[in-house]
Design a protein around this ligand. Structure first.
Ligand code: ATP
Ligand code: FE2
Length: 335
């Protein structure tokens, strides 16, 4: 089957076309970058409305696929910013009606997880999903993805973005902070906030800005933040691996682009005799291909939705969404 997926949960508008083997046939993305400060939902939504029609055309052309070759149109139903979600959902509904193809709702977090699982070829990995709005350690169990641990306050990416803006930079902060951290040499003391399987970042944000006010150098701050925050994520991932007796871990989400995080989780996993996989960067960040692939899986177990019942769900949680394809169809390396 060939599915077109529309992603628009936050700052990125993206359209992907994927085949039944999770091969990305076409992918076109355009990220909204606020001129200063953080993301304004309505401005981002206006951006998505402007660019999505062109992205649909570009992704189809790159794939060499005509609308009549498609089996379904998938869209990110949630979680995300309401106005942004509605922009993508409106485009997907329109395409579904115009092309007479089923409409498939997809949970954005499940899509990050499923693309990582498909690309890794791993059967049943533990997943560390680290993005702007979300930070979760996830494992599959009895019909859906279970959240074993997560952030108690803000997502790690939002933390890095806010911090970088506080240090005088612009959005997105994660990649810039990574470059800055490479110049750092001194490990400054920051709150290490692990609570069982959960983590928290807002105390580290305050403490880092306080150190800056006392004259700490920005490269050292960046280096210390990466060291501390990624150690916290590595610790809860290791604890989950041990408790769930998993033999592999896959990364997903925009922060999984980070070399340091990848290296730390890899070292931990290999030390336990487990495998570690991180997708290519274009498929770690928000992208329409992961929505299309999760749409393939959902379609294979009949999870389509009528336009009338396709309202977006800005707070839809990972563990609220049934994933029957892992039980019933054997698709996507399911158990
Ligand atoms: P979600 O809706 O899944 O929470 P999102 O909308 O924030 O995700 P993603 O594209 O999954 O979007 O993640 C974006 C985040 O990833 C941003 O916070 C960005 O700073 C961060 N990021 C991107 N590249 C890197 C990097 N190299 N190092 C650290 N963080 C990064
Ligand atoms: Fe995301």
């Amino acid at each position: 089957m060939v599915v077109l997926g529309v992603e628009s949960t936050a700052h990125t508008a993206s359209v992907g076309v994927v085949d039944g083997e999770a091969k990305v046939l076409g992918l076109a993305s355009d990220m909204y970058r606020p001129p200063s400060g953080g993301i304004h939902p309505r401005e981002a939504a206006n951006h998505h409305v402007d660019v999505l029609p062109g992205l649909v055309a570009t992704a189809l052309a790159a794939a060499g696929v005509r609308p009549r070759d498609l089996d379904a149109v998938a869209f990110a139903q949630g979680p995300g910013l309401g106005p942004c979600l509605r922009a993508g959902a409106t485009v997907a509904r329109m395409l579904s009606l115009a092309w007479r193809r089923p409409l498939v709702p997809v949970n954005h977090c499940v899509a990050h997880v499923e693309i990582a699982r498909a690309l890794s070829g791993l059967d049943d990995p533990l997943l560390l999903y680290a993005s702007g709005g979300n930070t979760q350690v996830i494992a599959y169990g009895r019909g859906r993805y279970r959240v074993l641990g997560e952030t108690l306050d803000i997502g790690i990416g939002n933390f890095l973005d806010k911090l970088w803006i506080g240090l005088g930079g612009t959005f997105p902060g994660g990649p810039a902070l990574e470059a800055e951290a490479r110049q750092g040499t001194e490990l400054l003391p920051l709150p290490y906030s692990v609570h069982g399987m959960d983590v928290a970042f807002s105390g580290m944000l305050t403490a880092t800005l306080a150190l800056r006010d006392k004259g700490a150098a920005r490269p050292d701050l960046a280096y210390s933040v990466e060291s501390t925050a990624y150690s916290m994520l590595t610790e809860i991932t290791e604890r989950a691996l041990a408790h769930r007796r998993k033999t592999s871990v896959a990364l997903g989400g925009g922060v999984a682009c980070n070399e340091r995080l990848r290296a730390m989780v890899r070292t931990m996993a290999e030390g336990r005799g487990a495998e570690m996989f991180a997708p290519p960067r274009a498929l770690c960040v928000d992208n329409g291909a992961m929505i299309a692939w999760a749409g393939e899986l959902a379609l294979s177990s009949g999870r389509t939705v009528s336009v009338e019942r396709s309202a977006v769900q800005p707070r839809q949680r990972t563990d609220l969404v049934p994933t029957p394809w892992r039980e019933t169809t054997g698709r996507g390396f399911a158990r």
